[in-house]
Design a binder for this molecule. Structure first.
Ligand SMILES: [Zn+2]
Length: 281
């Protein structure tokens, strides 16, 4: 992968700005938008001096050090040979927040032509899958790329009727709303994964997981849903039910769900993604 470099010297644009300067808040600023989540007296933070060259992003040095590449695909909600869809974090404050990523270590700039050709139709499928949830008016598809070098698209479900959550500030509102109940969040993930798989995907390669008495009523022991349940159980150990099932879950992960990649990265479990979490990257 080509590591993008940033300049070592400030550009003319940056040189025009004064570090430490307290910029005025324009009269027609975002603070007046009806979608702005905050009220009260506001000040613009002083500009900080530039940092050049910029520090490397997560995973910038290659797949061996990339958290996404080291994340087992068995933790995905859905995957095929080249792409994966994951839940974000261990809780959600919107009907769904998921992330679409290539399984190979690419950024948008160096995404192979074959993967780039798949991306448009796949984004459409992912949006349809998220929008199939009850009460979702729109799906916001965002890509920032400032924090992680591995290409990733955020898909955020905007609740129907909440006009205040339209547009730019939905990721901010997502930090402020009450958390979704765990089972509601899991059901949303099941439905997203099933909707995606209905239009393609290769999760049926997984062996079926045996049904347990405390499985949700609508649990179907297919390969697809088996993958999802493993992921959720492994990351959510807070409830007695999941703790009780953990040994069998971990043992079942020894079954490889996909053909090995040419250079599979070593497995190294990352720390759970819990709040407070950084801004979308
Ligand atoms: Zn990577």
């Amino acid at each position: 992968m080509t590591v993008p470099s940033t300049p070592h010297e400030p550009s003319a644009f940056v040189r025009r700005l004064q570090a430490g300067e307290q910029l005025p808040l324009p009269a027609d600023s975002v603070a007046d938008w009806e979608t702005f989540p905050f009220e009260g007296e506001l000040r613009v933070r002083p500009l900080q001096p530039p940092v050049l060259p910029e520090p490397a992003r997560s995973g910038e040095s290659g797949p061996e050090e990339c958290p996404t590449c080291r994340k087992p695909v068995t933790e995905a909600l859905w995957a095929d040979d080249h792409w994966r869809l994951d839940a974000v974090g261990t809780e959600s404050r919107l009907p769904a927040v998921v992330m679409l990523r290539p399984r190979g270590h690419y950024d948008l700039t160096d995404l192979p032509a074959e993967r780039a050709a798949e991306l448009g139709p796949l984004l459409q499928r992912a949006e349809r899958a998220v929008r199939s949830l009850d009460g979702v008016a729109r799906v916001h598809v965002n890509r920032w790329g400032d924090g992680a070098a591995h290409l990733h698209f955020w898909l955020l479900a905007r609740p129907a009727g909440l006009m205040q959550l339209r547009g730019t500030f939905l990721p901010v509102w997502e930090e402020l709303l009450p958390a979704l109940p765990d089972e509601e969040r899991r059901e949303a993930h099941r439905r997203i994964a099933a909707a995606l798989a209905a239009e393609g995907g290769t999760l049926a390669r997984l062996p079926p997981r045996r049904t347990e008495p405390d499985d949700p009523p609508n649990f179907a022991p297919t390969g697809l849903l088996c993958l999802y349940v493993r992921s959720d159980v492994h990351r959510d150990t807070s409830s007695p039910r999941t703790r009780a099932r953990r040994p069998s879950v971990c043992a079942s992960r020894s079954v490889p769900p996909y053909p090995a990649r040419s250079s599979p990265p070593p497995f190294s479990p990352a720390a759970p993604h819990r709040r407070p979490r950084p801004a979308p990257e």
